[in-house]
Design a protein around this ligand. Structure first.
Ligand SMILES: NC(=O)c1ccc[n+]([C@@H]2O[C@H](COP(=O)([O-])OP(=O)(O)OC[C@H]3O[C@@H](n4cnc5c(N)ncnc54)[C@H](OP(=O)(O)O)[C@@H]3O)[C@@H](O)[C@H]2O)c1
Length: 301
């Protein structure tokens, strides 16, 4: 059985990937601090690993000698990165370099999770070879980390994704669950209507990553949903689906509502490369909405 080491195990995307990877691999689920998701498979080992420590990375790699590494952990909130740039650089760039060095010792297949925020949002519906030009520091750090991955001497793949949603389990809220939470408390929620995205259902993404692992395909892949929506449209869809008061959802634009980090306006991905190469398929946003709010079994539960 091959060994796969996954970073960011307490995070949203990694928790779904760990669950499906455990059907076929020995999974070393690494996370900062204690195991927040209690995974039930005997194929999963949890290891505490703060990946800003090169020494700790080396020790974990020596112990498990992974065949495959999926680096899903990151400082993933753009505003946090903008406010604390040195920590964002250490967490998103330097740590990727440390992980690549350790992975090189075992010639592991290295998979890196990246983002639509490496683009400036002028064009939209980006393809893998489109020019990058991040508008915030989070995007800059992810792009710098991508360059490190591209220099890796063994097999590598960069998977970029867009606004991932689904049932968060015990993890951090995503846009759909954040809106639902506010509406349940009868609270107003301000949502952008001048951004465009192709939101990604988390289980589709996890399956796409698994296909890349199985095929050991190298290169850059765009994995997202296909439906094109603004966050405001997503929020209204949540209110209608849950039969809650959609008048509590207030449309805002970049001009009305300043955030520490700028956001690219029009992103969204053209996923035809993934469809052709990986047979990647996605569910519709309407189906994803249903899956998000009707799932009772959550990762790690
Ligand atoms: N979610 C999206 O919409 C989206 C879109 C595009 C790209 N991505 C990329 O996809 C990846 C996964 O995203 P996600 O949504 O699953 O993010 P997430 O829920 O924030 O998970 C990231 C995880 O990384 C961990 N982490 C941060 N610093 C660490 C460190 N020094 N050592 C060890 N672990 C550390 C965090 O630990 P704590 O829990 O302790 O903070 C967190 O559990 C990220 O690389 C992100 O850039 C996500």
């Amino acid at each position: 059985m091959q060994t796969i080491l996954i970073t960011g195990a307490n995070g949203f995307i990694a928790s779904y990937l760990i669950k499906i990877a455990a059907n076929e691999f020995k999974v070393i689920a690494t996370g900062k601090g204690l195991n927040k998701k209690i995974f039930s498979s005997e194929n999963i080992v949890y290891e505490q690993l703060d990946f800003t420590s090169e020494k700790d990375i080396e020790a974990v790699f020596q112990k498990y000698k992974p065949d495959i590494v999926v680096h899903a952990g990151a400082m993933s909130k753009p505003d946090d990165c903008e406010i604390n740039k040195p920590l964002a650089f250490q967490t998103n760039v330097k740590s990727t370099e440390y992980l690549l060095n350790a992975a090189g010792t075992f010639k592991s297949f290295f998979i890196f999770l990246s983002t639509d925020f490496i683009f400036d949002g002028e064009k939209g519906m980006y393809q893998e070879e489109d020019e990058s030009n991040p508008v915030n520091y989070y995007g800059e750090t992810k792009l710098l980390a991508e360059s490190e991955v591209k220099n890796y001497a063994y097999d590598w793949s960069i998977i970029r994704t867009v606004l991932v949603y689904g049932n968060p389990g015990s993890g951090r809220d995503n846009i759909l669950t954040m809106v639902a939470g506010a509406l349940k408390k009868n609270k107003e929620v301000k949502i952008f209507d001048d951004q465009v995205r192709t939101p990604t259902y988390v289980e589709d993404l996890a399956r796409g990553i698994k296909t890349i692992i199985d095929k050991r395909i190298n290169g850059i892949f765009h994995l997202s949903g296909k439906d094109v929506l603004t966050p405001y449209e997503m929020a209204v869809a949540v209110a209608r689906f849950l039969q809650m008061n959609e008048n509590l959802i207030i449309k805002v634009t970049e001009k009305d509502f300043q955030q520490p980090a700028r956001r690219p306006l029009k992103t969204g991905f053209d996923i035809s490369k993934a469809e052709a190469t990986l047979n990647y398929t996605t569910i519709s946003f309407a189906e994803g909405l249903f899956q998000t709010f009707s799932k009772e079994i959550l990762p790690g539960e």
